[in-house]
Design a protein around this ligand. Sequence first.
Ligand SMILES: [Zn+2]
Length: 297
Amino acid sequence: MELDDLQILTIAYPGSERVDVLLYDPMPGGSGLLEQLLARWTTVISAALDVVGNCPSQCNTACIDCLFTFRNAYYHRYLNRHTALEKLQNWGDILNQSHIVPAKLPKAAPKADAQPVNDRESRLYEMLKRAGFPEPAPQKPINLGQPLGTTKPDFFFEDPNEDLEGICVYLDGMSKHLHGNPDTAQRDRAIREELRNSEYEVIEIPAGDLDDPQKMAKYFFRIGRILVGKAKAKDIRDNPTWFEATPSAPNQQPVESPAEIDWSLFEPTWLPILKSLAAAEESRSMGEKISATRDKL
Ligand SMILES: [Zn+2]
């Protein structure tokens, strides 16, 4: 999180000295910076007074030691720390609330506890469902006793014929599984060997294989042979209509189009510039999180 995560929008009034300045948070859902600013406004103002009042170079207008940054390079010739000091002293450190800007995007839907949370797990889950397999149990704990303890395959299927204890599907390549730690990798190998010795079928799918229809067809054939019989499993393998290479992103928030912004929230004089700004930043949600600092210059 950086100071530059906040955006500044300055709106001038032609024929007048008045300028409105909007400080807004362009991050969908908000970064939290504005709330922190509001909560510590007195500190913010006293820090600002220090910057403009006590320049180490005691410059006449502004310099690299006080107000100049890369971001405001275009305006360097207009900056004057003495003017800023005078304004800040006049305004004081009291903020007045004018109105609330209601959120425009829905809050992320709460997820059921047992549902796959990881994107790649979701992709695998969707493919398993599309292939016509029965509902798998996510993260079902299997106790292997000491010293191995409990393992939680990403997906677990019961064997309909009860020949096997079940099918454990592991989606590997994520930090919680076979990562760089050799101890963890060795423990995972021991767990899967023990599962196989205990009449479980173990399917290990490297996450990278999710994009490879031929490899996925082989895994699905092995799963299908147990769950739906050999003939149907061959059909699943040879007609991978269930395969989807492009990640579906169910957790992504909907992108709000500029047309859906409630323009009535803004003062009419701002509308032309706000609308062009919104059109230029289609993917951002301007309307969601604007907290305004307004003052007359
Ligand atoms: Zn200076």
